[in-house]
Structure formats: structure tokens, C-alpha cells
Design a binder for this molecule. Structure first.
Ligand SMILES: [Fe+2]
Ligand SMILES: [Fe+2]
Length: 163
């Protein structure tokens, strides 16, 4: 077991909780996947397992978890103004990360990964950005989904259990 103090600080920040609240309200009638804390946590666990399995230089566990828990935080901005949620999320994440005790290098790495997570070109992505993009898809339970036929994210591959 490892406790992640800065991540726990982050998720209990009232600003973070307010963003989650706004997303939950905006997604009340949404038929497709939602973007609550459960989704962030699923992405965190999958991205962490994936990065460990890949080997090499793995970002710190707190960095991976913070990036995953923040990756969709810009959703409410997208619902409100049409702004891309990955870009918006990267900007919203910075002050939250600073308050939670992450250092400037870690903040840069996390903000970049958040900005990258919805670009599915996979090439030229940072290690953490690619892990978020992959984990984001693997975190979804498409097999039993009733609306997958009309989901823009769904591919046959997503009927498979990967992690
Ligand atoms: Fe996203
Ligand atoms: Fe996501």
C-alpha cells in the first residue's frame, strides 16, 4: 500500500470538487460515459499498471495519479463554452497542482499529458500523455454498453479486456 499525500490533497481541494460537481450536473442526462471521480481513478490505475509494465523510466506514482484524476477536469468548460476539454483541463490543472505541492517540472509534465490525452495520433505524445490516452479507452466498459453503436469513441477493440 502506498498513500499518495499530494493526490489526496488534490482530490479534497474544494475547487477540484466543484469542477467534478459541475461535470456531474452537465452530464445528468448523458447516455454515454460520464467523467466523474470513478473514471479518473480507473484511468489512474490502468495508466500506472501500463507504465510499470512498459518499464523504462516510469513517472512517479503521484504524478501518474494526479494526471489521470485531472485529465477530464476541463469537461465542464467544454460543455459551457465549447472549448476543447483537454486544453482547458491543462490550464485548470496547474493552480490545483501547485496548491497540492507538485513542483514546476511535475506540473509541466502533467499539464502536457492532460493536453495530449485526447489526441489519438499516439505519435509524438509524451510517455504520460500516451498512457492517459490508452488508459482512457481501456477504462471503459463497452461490452455491455447499450449506446456503443452511436458512440464516437467506440471501436471493436474496445470490446476487449486489456487491463
Ligand atoms: Fe477526455
Ligand atoms: Fe477520460
Amino acid at each position: 500500500m502506498s498513500v499518495l499525500p499530494r493526490v489526496n490533497k488534490l482530490i479534497t481541494d474544494p475547487v477540484y470538487q466543484n469542477y467534478l460537481q459541475k461535470i456531474a450536473e452537465a452530464e445528468k442526462e448523458r447516455l454515454y460515459c460520464k467523467h466523474g471521480l470513478d473514471h479518473g481513478l480507473a484511468v489512474a490505475r490502468i495508466a500506472y499498471a501500463y507504465l510499470l509494465e512498459q518499464g523504462g523510466t516510469v513517472p512517479a506514482k503521484e504524478v501518474i495519479y494526479a494526471a489521470a484524476l485531472l485529465h477530464d477536469i476541463g469537461r465542464w468548460a467544454e460543455y459551457t463554452s465549447g472549448e476543447d476539454h483537454a486544453r482547458a483541463g491543462a490550464a485548470l490543472a496547474r493552480p490545483l497542482l501547485e496548491k497540492s505541492g507538485f513542483d514546476p517540472r511535475e506540473i509541466r509534465m502533467i499539464a502536457q499529458a492532460i493536453a495530449e490525452h485526447s489526441t489519438h495520433s499516439a505519435e509524438n505524445l509524451s510517455v504520460l500523455g500516451r498512457a492517459l490516452a490508452l488508459a482512457d479507452d481501456w477504462a471503459r466498459d463497452c461490452l455491455q454498453c447499450k449506446v456503443k453503436d452511436s458512440c464516437h469513441k467506440f471501436t471493436e477493440q474496445m470490446n476487449q479486456i486489456v487491463y
